[in-house]
Design a protein around this ligand. Sequence first.
Ligand SMILES: [Zn+2]
Ligand SMILES: [Zn+2]
Length: 128
Amino acid sequence: MEEATLNCHNCGLQIYDSYAYCPFCGTKTESLKNNSKGTYIIKPENLLVTGISILIAGLLLLATTILLHAYILNGLGLAIAFVGATLLVKGRKSISVKSVSQNHCKYCYQESMENWKYCCRCGSKIKR
Ligand SMILES: [Zn+2]
Ligand SMILES: [Zn+2]
């Protein structure tokens, strides 16, 4: 799934909707964010949490059906646990892919791309 993008109103470059600051010119993007359509995006971090929750829910359902001898519902619990595990793997993958060749902001530890001049979270200048 791709993140929603918008164009910085100062430099016009395309940035992600989730950024608090434009990484190229350092302009705060909050005003842009409020005007955007507000497309719901699941970030890799959220994907992990969602995956874990669904996995636990599925395993709980599985355990309950075993306890209640409701074997017909076992498949359902397994299916839900499988969906959770898939999300978990996806979330982990996108996080590990994202962290390749990136630097960290020394103020907020946000990961930043090599061509960024400003941190997208706290807006501080990235010095190299
Ligand atoms: Zn900009
Ligand atoms: Zn920062």
